[in-house]
Design a protein around this ligand. Structure first.
Ligand code: NOJ
Length: 551
């Protein structure tokens, strides 16, 4: 089980308003108390922070706001002393434009670092259209007058794409990986990894992709060759864990990344669930509350489970630093339902056949802040798109209303530790506003309240650890068309457990599978048993895991 820490927002030790490494180290006993096995931290390398550390200017140094290398070593040691592993974010599709390589590369056309990036000389005419995910003007090509050429940046203009075609660049990346592994880190989360290989002839965008560029930009012709090389040169030489950020990876090509005999990665995140639920098809910067079909969600989870039934291994997550808060999106964050629906969602995460990821703050049921003023946002994705709309005369109010639901900053507000000033996160002015609900939603209050989400999550984690059937057992979906209840069984060595989850304020009903009767309830987020003979009658957002007995 992995706990994701967003360092900028976890805990500030030096009162500058930004979370840091010593802050994380000060909370290691809390992290251990959850019972997780692994911590993943977002980038803490030196960075001008155009994209909160996903723009790295020195891969072997620590960002000044985060502390020093000695602080990093202390964090790693503190985790290892507690039997917890640490995985780092590896961001190698792009660097910062302030990285020495890029400074060299842009300085002249014959600089030895020129081919570390993708350049399109002006005399070839305008470069073929490529869209940027973050750029204010939308284009992924940025003109640089020093050498009269455009460079490629799929993300912001301060995140130039690295040229993986160049073997020297690849060797540099492998050396960076060894540097951190030799320090003792236990693996990597590989940022936008399917993007590293591109068709560098840059053909015109084929019409069939419509607006869905991810599918086209990612998975270039030499992707698997590079991943195998990375595995041979680095990964295979260490005892480690890898999880790729698999944007654009579909069920059809999933096993190419993770089947054991491929010798590439071990796992990746798939985005079908989070890219769809509550979002507008074709432009996920907009919300669409009608796009929330539980049968469709079940279909996606079930399809992905079957991909890894005999080979490879999956991951499951509903929140991270790029998503709005899990309870606000998939549950119900109004006071009567926040706790119960948050517990229900954790029950899903911890009963699937895949490695669960818990995002910091979700374990206390943190909710969306829902900014209404553009001045409150810190994320370049929101700000740049807003600026673009403003320039083009788009509907700013509609955009702000949508961002209040789906913006990344919803998931990035500081961790709420106490009911004291600034939620106990910092003694300085926080880098982003703190959710005012911290007075009631915070770790200290959750520790005192035996019915809190936090206590429930700890129990769930203990349950999963004590029940191999919840980790390895065969998964079978029940009652697929039920619009209110997600129900499935997990079976291993003659034992069968049933999981039933109400995703509705109206509760819901479902039947036990034929041939079974209900046995002991292993965990539930509400006191009352839902069992009524062969039926389960669930309260709003009720979750239950129960033993099934053969009749
Ligand atoms: C995915 C990261 O999770 C996101 O935060 C970042 O903006 C992009 N990759 C670009 O690195």
């Amino acid at each position: 089980m992995v706990y994701q820490v967003y360092p900028r927002s976890f805990k500030d030790s030096d009162s500058n308003g930004v979370g840091d490494l010593r802050g994380i180290t000060s909370q290691l006993d809390y992290i251990r108390s959850l019972g997780v096995d692994v911590v993943w931290i977002n980038p803490v390398y030196r960075s001008p922070n155009d994209d909160n550390g996903y723009d790295i200017s020195d891969y072997r140094a620590i960002m000044s706001e985060m502390g020093s290398m000695a602080d990093f070593d202390a964090l790693l040691q503190g985790l290892h002393q507690r039997g917890i592993k640490l995985i780092m974010d590896l961001v190698v599709n792009h660097s910062s434009d302030e990285h020495r390589w890029f400074q060299q590369s842009r300085s002249s056309r014959d600089n030895p670092y020129r081919d570390y990036y993708h350049w399109w000389p002006v005399e070839r005419g305008p470069p073929p259209k490529r869209w940027s995910f973050f750029d204010e003007e939308g284009s992924a090509w940025r003109y640089d007058s020093t050498t009269r050429a455009y460079y490629l940046h799929y993300f912001s203009r301060k995140q130039p794409d690295l040229n993986w075609e160049n073997p020297r660049l690849r060797r540099e990346v492998y050396a960076i990986m060894r540097f951190w592994l030799d320090k003792g880190v236990d693996g990597f989360r590989l940022d936008v990894i399917p993007f590293i290989s591109k068709d560098t002839t840059f053909p015109p965008l084929p019409d069939e992709y419509g607006g869905d560029y991810v599918a086209y930009y990612a998975k270039g012709p030499r992707l698997h060759q590079y991943l195998r090389e990375m595995n041979r040169e680095v990964l295979s030489k260490y005892d480690l864990m890898t999880v790729g950020e698999g944007g654009g990876v579909s069920v059809d090509d999933a096993l190419k990344f993770v089947a054991e005999d491929r010798q590439e990665l071990q796992t990746f995140f798939q985005f079908e669930v989070v890219d769809r639920w509550g979002r507008r098809p074709g432009n996920f910067l907009y919300s669409d509350s009608s796009n929330r079909s539980l049968p469709a969600l079940k279909g996606i989870f079930t399809k992905w489970d079957s991909v890894f039934a005999t080979s490879g291994w999956g991951t499951v997550f509903l929140g991270n630093h790029d998503q709005s808060r899990m309870v606000s999106r998939y549950g119900n964050d109004t006071p009567p339902y926040r706790k119960v629906s948050s517990k229900m969602l954790h029950t899903l995460l911890l009963t699937m056949r895949a490695t669960p990821y818990i995002y910091n703050g979700d374990e206390i049921g943190m909710a969306n802040i829902r900014f209404t003023d553009i001045g409150d946002y810190r994320d370049l994705m929101t700000i740049n798109y807003y600026n673009r709309l403003e320039r083009e005369g788009g509907d700013l109010q509609e955009f702000l209303a949508a961002q209040a639901e789906v913006s990344r900053d919803n998931g990035r507000t500081p961790m709420q530790w106490t009911a004291d000033t600034n939620a106990g996160f910092t003694r300085g002015p926080p880098w982003i506003r703190i959710n005012p609900d911290y007075r009631t939603v915070n770790v200290a209050a959750a520790e005192r309240d035996t019915s809190s989400v936090l206590h429930y999550v700890r129990r769930l984690i203990r349950l999963r650890k004590s029940e191999p059937v919840l980790v390895y057992g065969r998964y079978r979906l029940l009652d697929q068309g039920n619009p209110e209840v997600f129900a499935f069984t997990r079976s291993l060595s003659g034992r069968t457990l049933m999981v039933a989850l109400s995703f509705s304020q109206a509760g819901g009903r479902t039947g036990l599978p034929a041939g079974y009767s209900a046995g002991k309830i292993l965990i539930s987020n509400l006191g009352r048993s839902p069992v009524r003979g062969a039926q389960l009658v669930l309260q709003p957002y009720q979750a239950v895991v129960l033993e099934l007995k053969r009749k």
